[in-house]
Design a protein around this ligand. Sequence first.
Ligand code: SAM
Length: 227
Amino acid sequence: HLSKRLQTVSDHVEPGSRLADIGSDHAYLPIHLAKNDIISYGVVGEVAKGPLSNAVSEIKKEGLLSVLQPRLADGLDAIQPADKIDAITIAGMGGNLISHILENGYDKLTGQEKLILQPNVGEGVVRTWLMTHRYQIKAEQILSEDDHIYEIITAVKAPTKLAYTDKELKFGPFLMKEKSPIFVAKWQSEIKLLERVLNNMKKASHEDVPKMAAIRAEVQMIKEVIA
Ligand code: SAM
């Protein structure tokens, strides 16, 4: 049984895809997709030996070694041209790490792949990487599970240069339009956090006036977006 988070990631993998799941750990996501015949081929990439051996034993247990190829590799090094990968999932890590993996492996990308990314934090960093590398965001989702709010971002290579606004990069172009209750809850708790920071700064002997003004402006911007 897949977590709601990984289930939502898997919903974005189109039937018939040739998948690379990077940083797969236990390989639950590609196993789910293979068992349900959504993919007939998958590369299961892991940089660490422990998680890779978890992946190998889970894949063996399910009898899926002919479909899923476990590989010990850093990021997109797991992908070979012969794999003809057309979907890449990178889930359950910070946005910085996801962006580094894409940046370091950029020469492995043909531009034909759909990217399905689920940063735990730092979603804005991921969107900025996508924009800089001419990827167009096709869909976004937000969900809450076990007291954490997760975002999923899918993107494909665009024919021309793209420009997202700073707001779109921070909040997500689709998510900020949709303004779902979970989205609003996420940014309300960010406001609470920033207001706590402001209160602590007020108590300090030397107030950092420019910093406080910047935080107030950010709070104001968030309020406008979720209004
Ligand atoms: N993707 C799974 C999920 O969403 O449930 C597992 C997430 S787990 C928290 C992150 C995994 O990414 C770890 O197993 C870690 O070893 C792996 N990882 C971190 N950096 C990596 C890299 N550069 N290349 C491949 N795997 C990496």
